[in-house]
Ligand binder design. Structure first.
Ligand code: HAM
Length: 421
């Protein structure tokens, strides 16, 4: 128990760190190029924020939140998603008074959901999220989707299609809810318990149920796209035009309804092709009422969240993981204890030249140092000591070619830099 991570959590081990860092570097670079600046918000927030923001008919709020009472008797919840916290910070710091739109991203933000763990579904996962506050044009969603698809393409994932839908607004969604209730009404008793409770409160969510019986019942249900008001229709049509003009493959998919209550109009998901049912790489959409609902001004917004673990899983499944970089390029071995300090000094001099260098920290024999350097996949071993050292030199062995040469100690860092090119 003591040495077992809690269920549904994963360590990022040193062997995998480069994969995370590579992904994060690409995300940061793209975000900067597209004018999004980083925002970091606390890992926990007042529970009320999620009850009001994410919605009390969602699975996330109903079943999955890590909520506790702190020592000051406040109800606190570990972030079950990133948008509500970013909106809270936007309102609290009055970022809406700055030039708009305000474009922000969060990177590797830990998200906590008490879910049934399985491949790609964790209790702690990490998201790269982007939010654009203050833009009402469908160009906002088009930009977000373009950035998202550029990123997925850059990390190597291909043939991904974004599924888009519109779930309408305050005006037209209630009409759709009525149409849906009229269609499903006769079969309420056959639905799962969750869907029975969704029927009155938020029937749209029934379309997202993964239970076979409910899936069969909703087949043939009226499509939200037939119930959109003129403004929502025009918004959705313009988004499709913009995506087509940017050459972004997309599919209109009326089954995408999303598991959070704040969405209005556009919703989208990128679903893993090899994936298990329901596992999305990314989800997002427009949420024009959330800022006001949380106490800010009436201001439109849109964004998405991308699961880092799911991208890494997909890269692995598709055999697209980049090779691991070397840990150390040069190992400086000391011949005998009396040369330990000299080896240490040369190692520092190499590092100062930007060379990944290492030396013995375990008082190993020369043979054991060689063995260790070999295991690290080191390219060069520099031997400090022996007769060469008396002559003011060190011996360098190339572990790939097995060639050895003697070079002047004084000149060693510069020489070694050249050998590594
Ligand atoms: P979400 O669809 O709940 O949306 O999550 C976004 C992404 O996080 C998913 O597509 C998936 O890649 C990843 N994810 C979700 N749950 C898990 C889990 N249990 N284990 C591993 N990965 C997971 C949101 O959270 C919204 N805040 C996105 C958004 C931002 N909408 C507008 N702005």
């Amino acid at each position: 128990m003591l040495t077992q991570a809690p269920k549904g959590t994963r360590d990022m081990l040193p062997q995998q760190a480069y994969l995370w860092q590579g992904l994060e570097a690409k995300m940061r670079a793209l975000a900067a190029l597209w004018g999004y600046r980083e925002i970091r918000t606390p890992v926990f927030e007042h529970t009320e924020l999620f009850l009001r923001g994410v919605g009390d008919t969602t699975d996330i709020v109903n079943k999955e939140m890590y909520t506790f009472t702190d020592k000051g008797d406040r109800s606190i919840t570990l972030k079950p998603e990133g948008t509500a916290g970013a909106v809270r910070a936007f309102i609290e710091s009055r970022l809406y008074a700055e030039p708009l739109p305000c474009k922000v991203y969060y990177l590797a933000a830990p998200i906590f959901r008490y879910e049934n763990p399985q491949a790609g579904r964790l209790r702690e996962h990490h998201q790269f999220g982007m939010e654009c506050f203050g833009g009402k044009s469908p160009a906002v969603e088009a930009e977000l989707i373009n950035l998202l698809m550029t990123l997925l393409h850059e990390v190597g994932l291909k043939n991904l299609v974004v599924h888009i839908n519109s779930i309408g607004c305050k005006e037209c969604r209630p009409k759709y809810h009525e149409a849906l209730r009229a269609y499903l009404g006769g079969r309420i008793d056959e639905m799962c318990e969750d869907c029975r409770s969704r029927f009155d409160r938020n029937p749209l969510r029934i379309l997202d149920c993964k239970k076979d019986k409910c899936k069969e019942i909703v087949k043939g249900a009226p499509s939200i796209l037939d119930c959109l008001c003129d403004d929502c229709k025009a918004h959705f049509a313009q988004l499709q035009e913009l995506l087509a003009a940017q050459g972004i493959p997309f599919e209109v998919d009326p089954t995408i309804v999303r598991g959070l209550d704040y969405y209005t109009r556009t919703v989208f998901e990128v679903i893993m092709q090899t994936g298990r049912e329901g596992l999305a790489l990314c989800g997002g959409g427009r949420y024009d009422n959330l800022i006001e609902q949380l106490g800010g001004p009436d201001m439109p917004a849109a964004g998405f969240g991308l699961g880092l673990e799911r991208i890494l899983l997909e890269l692995k499944n598709q055999g697209l993981e980049p090779p691991a970089p070397s840990v150390t390029d040069v190992y400086v071995a000391n011949i005998g204890d009396e040369r330990r300090t000299d080896a240490f000094k040369l190692t520092q001099a190499l590092r100062a030249q930007g060379v990944k260098a290492d030396s013995d920290l375990c008082s190993r024999s020369l043979k054991a140092q060689f063995k260790y350097a070999d295991k690290l996949g080191t390219r060069l071993i520099v031997m400090v000591g022996g007769d060469e050292f008396e002559r003011g030199n060190v011996k360098v062995r190339d572990l790939q070619t097995r060639e050895e040469q003697e070079i002047a100690l004084a000149d060693a860092p510069a020489q070694i830099v050249k050998m590594l090119v």
